[in-house]
Design a protein around this ligand. Structure first.
Ligand code: PEP
Ligand code: MG
Length: 557
């Protein structure tokens, strides 16, 4: 049956093809006794070339509507980073050959970053390694790599993000010895829709060129030299996947609805304006959650009003005439911002998060509201509040919105004073008091990711308690039902924007609760649309009724 290798992470899909053992272009050998000024001139030219290649890759990603574009911009900055430049310059002036100097400084910066407590900075260590690869590649003069045979499965020790996006579109997939489930390489493979497995260990590097390899990105496995039965089974699954994709593509421009015609709006969750294009391509009828955090992360100061206004208008421009739900800043102790010092908290998830942070920093909130009210003149913007627990939270935010509108009016600035102001139902308090919240909320959207963690009292990222974290636990369903009933009684729309909204197994019951809208990752829309088109309203209601009474699974001890 062949040898099965288990990887650490995968990008969904099946691929079958001959192995192509990919090799990075070898670093150049430095000329002996190169004078330091000549070596440094080569270094600066390589920096410029690497930065411009990375910026060009960023542009390409951006044009394709992929959020990973920013990663390449960040790497382009690192290529020209002062610490790197000064370190290499010092070593070259001491007489080290240029290539060795670059390798030494990159390794040193990488190990400094890898030791830090902060997860975000630790991830930058991988970026630093990629930057080293890019610099050596530029020094080697960007030689064309040997051609990869069409339909091959690329096998490599590791691939940097730039090398990943540079793989020709005709490769069937790739498999690497290194890499982890949340690394940029696999994230890029998912974004490109290429089946891939990373973290397979060195055994994969010993597979001979041309050997047949079957990648199962969903299971994060590869099968080396599959036998006839395995091949047949894989070919059947691939044919079924292709057929499903074709069926679903045919539904792309149809609105979401059940078999008996009941409409269910299918909207997309996005984290960057560029992803709005992807949402449109997958047939989204609106944006159900625009996480505005991206505007605030990875920078030294908060974004100003005009920057935010431009970002909101960019989303409106991609999806004209569609509802765009924009969530106000949702960061806090669990996602700190460098320019926003917060007192350390023992329980950040129960601390100054979401709207609570806005209450501590009304200046930031006012800037965001002003940008939103100005952008709302140009499209159907709905403003959504995160981490609401009481009607007083909503009342405070409404007063803030009125204050922002009054200030804009006083300054003669064009704006819409009263876009729909709604709340996320992501705390048990909001679900239980949904009837009171519904008196003043224009809409509800269930944040099942947080609602599950607070209802079940399990940290949503807890490595050991993951077996207890089920967004489809009956306790969570009952919370969602409370919110759905309250919304229906008050006559306001209710949707969901947590991960559960894009789960084909949960979608029937969510619709059965009476939700008007499901919002999800853009790529999940086609399968959900197809699932709903097969479902009647009576079946959806029966599915909801079952979810409310099913006994929760027993967690293992
Ligand atoms: C949620 O909690 O379900 C949600 C959509 O918000 P986030 O995942 O950004 O916390
Ligand atoms: Mg949340």
């Amino acid at each position: 049956m062949g040898t099965l290798l288990q990887g650490a992470g995968g990008a969904a899909g099946l691929a079958l093809g001959p192995v192509y053992q990919w090799q990075r272009v070898a670093a150049t050998v430095d000329p002996p006794n190169e004078p330091p000024d000549v070596a440094l001139a080569r270094f600066h030219a390589a920096q410029r070339a690497a930065a411009s290649r990375l910026r060009a890759l960023a542009e390409r990603q951006r044009a394709a509507g992929l959020r990973e574009a920013d990663l390449f911009d960040a790497q382009a900055l690192l290529v020209e980073d002062d610490t790197l430049t000064d370190g290499v310059t010092a070593l070259v002036l001491e007489g080290q050959p240029l290539t060795a100097a670059i390798q030494a400084v990159v390794a040193q910066m990488q190990s400094l970053l890898a030791e830090l407590d902060d997860e975000y900075l630790r991830e930058r260590a991988a970026d630093m390694a990629a930057v080293g690869v890019e610099l050596l590649r530029a020094l080697a003069g960007d030689q064309a790599p040997p051609p990869i045979p069409p339909g091959a499965i690329v096998v490599a020790d590791d691939l940097t993000p730039a090398e990943t996006v540079d793989l020709p579109h005709y490769v069937a997939g790739f498999a690497t010895a290194g890499g982890g489930p949340t690394g940029h390489t696999i994230i890029l493979a998912r974004a490109r829709g290429v089946p891939a497995v990373v973290g397979l260990g060195d055994e994969i590097l010993r597979v001979a060129d041309g050997t047949s390899l079957l990648i199962d990105g969903n299971a994060a496995t590869v099968l080396v030299d599959p036998d006839q039965d395995a091949l047949l089974a894989a070919q059947e699954r691939m044919a079924a996947l292709r057929a499903a994709r074709q069926r679903q593509a045919a539904l792309r421009d149809l609105p979401g609805r059940l078999r008996d015609g009941r409409p269910v709006a299918l909207w997309a969750n996005i984290g960057r304006p560029a992803e709005a294009r992807l949402a449109r391509e997958y047939g989204a009828e609106g944006i159900g959650l625009f996480r505005t955090e991206f505007l605030f992360l990875d920078r030294a100061a908060p974004p100003n009003e005009d920057e935010q206004y431009a970002a909101y208008r960019a989303v409106l421009a991609e999806l004209p005439n569609c509802p765009i739900v924009i969530r106000t800043l949702d960061v806090g102790g669990d996602k700190p911002l460098p320019y926003l010092p917060l007192a350390p908290e023992a329980n950040p998830f129960l601390g100054v998060r979401g709207l609570r942070l806005s209450m501590q920093r009304p200046d930031l909130f006012q800037t965001q509201l002003r940008a939103l009210l100005r952008a709302a003149v140009h499209g159907d913007i709905w403003i959504m509040l995160p981490m609401v627990t009481t009607p007083a939270d909503l009342a405070w935010a409404r007063a803030q919105m009125q204050e922002a509108a009054a200030a804009l009016a006083a300054g003669g600035v064009d704006h819409r004073p009263d876009p729909p102001l709604g709340v996320m139902i992501e705390t048990p308090a909001a679900a239980v008091l949904a009837d009171q919240l519904a008196r003043d909320a224009a809409f509800f959207s269930i944040g099942s990711n947080d609602l599950a963690q607070y209802t079940l009292a399990v940290d949503r990222g807890h490595p050991v308690l993951a077996v207890r974290y089920h967004a489809d636990d009956p306790a969570v369903w009952r919370m969602m039902e409370l919110a759905a009933r309250a919304a229906q009684q008050a006559g306001i729309p209710i949707g969901i924007c947590g991960e559960l909204g894009g789960d084909p197994n949960a979608a029937p019951a969510l619709v059965g609760l009476g939700l008007d809208e499901l919002s999800m990752a853009p790529a999940s829309i086609p399968a959900i649309k197809e699932r709903l088109a097969q479902l009647t309203w009576a079946e959806a209601q029966a599915a909801a009724a079952r979810c409310l009474v099913t006994e929760p699974p027993a967690p293992s001890p």
